[in-house]
Every structure is written in structure tokens, then in C-alpha cells.
Design a protein around this ligand. Structure first.
Ligand SMILES: [Zn+2]
Length: 284
């Protein structure tokens, strides 16, 4: 028979245990972050084409990156790469592995991808979404509306888009596999928050991800290269260069070490971090 004091102890113990369980569950809302290089342009381009106002005269390589997040029972891609080029580009200009093939190096099947966070719908970031049939795609509502509507009106420059990708994202919507995000600083999943404002596309977004030790920012094309961050120079493709630079500064205020602001097209990512296999590094 229990007395009042041992009952109290038992209650306290159960309370303590539930607190511990809750804390450890909260800690599992952290992600491992990988970068996968699935394509490289076969020639260099002048740095002047990548950073508006630079005095540099040299050229730089361009690579194409998928970011992968694993944790919280999810396998998430930030952007989906491409499967073909728009008419103005030639696939022969690229050294290329299809995005679902490079994931096999990490033993990840295309069906395993639970979510794709699209930073913007340019052809080199959205084209792979149909490779991942189970994935819920997350994109900014204003970016979606512009991409499927205004972008194709007379006299609008749509050279960064592939019209076939419009059909792919509409199909995702019909399949109930599209979530439209409305605005800035929104936590879309535990420890994953998206930010807008740099206007690389009509309403491009970047992603803050909680990791074991801290967080990383996946800038994608909201900073093409580390050089854009260090020089605070905009890329030429944006609706608003001032807003672009403002958001470079904003990202720099979010982390202690700018190595952890991960750019969209910089091969330095693959020398700064721990190599897992060829063309894949673990960020955190
Ligand atoms: Zn890009």
C-alpha cells in the first residue's frame, strides 16, 4: 500500500520522465545537411556576369547543386535540379548526372523524397520535381502565381523559365502535392524556416535549417557564390538589386560563419566541407 509521499514521488518521477521524453523528441527536429553536385557548365564565365559592379576580370566555374536534409523522419530536397535545358541552352554544354541518379550514391530512392522546398522556379531548380512522385513541393504563392501566369504574357522576359515546368508544377497541384507559402519568415516544418525578399525570381525564398549544433542557411540563388556574400554584390538576375543586397546582409546576420550560408552555384561548397563520395559533401 502506497502512502501519500511515495505517490507524490511517483507522480514527480512520471512528470520528469515525460519532460525528458519531450526534450529528446524536440532535439530530434534537427537535420543533417548534404550538398550534391549534379551538373557543371563546361566553360567558365566572367565573374563580372555574376556580381554587378565588381572590378574583377577573371572567370569562374558554375556548378549546379541539390541540397538534401535528413531528419524529423523526412528526406527533403531544397530544389530539384533539372532534367532538360530550355531551348536557348544546349545540354552538351554541361557535365550532367540526373538528380535522382546522384541521390543513389547515398542510397536514396526517388520515392523516399518526402518534400521539395523550391527556392524559385528557374529551369535549373524546378525541372526535376517530376522525378520525385511522393514529394510535397513547397513554394512561395507569389512566385507560383507569377510563374504560371504573368511570366508568359506578351513582352515579359521568361528566358529563365522552361514552359514544360509550368505543366509539371500544375500537375503537382492537381495531385495535391503542392503547398503554397504566403510570405516571409515562415516555419514550414519544425526547425525549417523560409525567408523572402531578395527577388531573384518574383518571390524567391531561402531556407534556414536547424542542425545538431546550430543552423545553416541554404541561400540557393539568393547568393549564387560566396563572392556575392563577401563583396555584397547582387547577381544580375533579380527584380530588385537593392533588395538582393539587403538580403545578403540579412543572411550574414543569421549565422556566425558565412561558410554556412550555402550558395546556389559555387564549387567552393565541395572543398569547404567533409567529402562523403565524389560530388557529395556533408555540411553538418
Ligand atoms: Zn540557379
Amino acid at each position: 500500500m502506497q502512502n501519500a509521499s511515495s505517490k507524490l514521488k511517483q507522480t514527480l518521477f512520471v512528470f520528469l520522465l515525460s519532460t525528458i521524453t519531450f526534450t529528446s523528441l524536440a532535439q530530434t527536429n534537427k537535420y543533417a545537411v548534404y550538398a550534391l553536385k549534379f551538373a557543371t557548365l563546361n566553360f567558365k564565365i566572367p565573374v563580372a556576369f555574376t556580381a554587378v559592379g565588381t572590378t574583377r576580370k577573371d572567370s569562374t566555374e558554375i556548378c549546379y547543386i541539390l541540397y538534401l536534409l535528413k531528419g524529423n523522419n523526412k528526406t527533403i530536397l531544397v530544389d530539384a535540379g533539372f532534367t532538360e535545358t530550355p531551348p536557348t541552352y544546349n545540354i552538351q554544354a554541361f557535365t550532367y548526372v540526373r538528380p535522382d541518379s546522384i541521390l543513389k550514391k547515398l542510397n536514396i530512392n526517388p520515392n523516399d523524397i518526402t518534400d521539395i522546398i523550391l527556392t524559385h522556379p528557374h529551369w535549373d531548380h524546378i525541372g526535376g520535381i517530376d522525378l520525385f512522385p511522393n514529394a510535397m513541393v513547397w513554394m512561395q504563392e507569389q512566385d507560383f502565381n507569377y510563374f504560371v501566369g504573368t511570366a508568359w504574357q506578351k513582352d515579359i522576359d521568361n528566358s529563365t523559365f522552361n514552359s514544360k515546368d509550368v505543366h509539371k508544377i500544375i500537375q503537382k497541384n492537381i495531385d495535391k502535392k503542392l503547398t503554397l507559402i504566403k510570405g516571409d519568415s515562415i516555419e514550414i516544418m519544425p526547425n525549417i524556416r523560409v525567408f523572402t525578399g531578395s527577388k531573384h525570381s518574383y518571390e524567391s525564398q531561402y531556407v534556414s535549417v536547424g542542425t545538431d549544433t546550430d543552423k545553416v542557411i541554404i541561400a540557393s540563388d539568393n547568393s549564387w557564390f560566396y563572392y556575392n556574400l563577401t563583396s555584397l554584390l547582387s547577381v544580375p538576375i533579380t527584380f530588385d538589386q537593392k533588395a538582393y543586397v539587403q538580403n545578403l546582409k540579412r543572411m550574414k546576420n543569421m549565422v556566425k560563419n558565412i561558410d554556412f550560408i550555402l550558395p546556389g552555384h559555387d564549387k567552393l561548397v565541395f572543398s569547404k566541407f567533409q567529402k562523403i563520395v565524389d560530388d557529395i559533401v556533408k555540411i553538418k
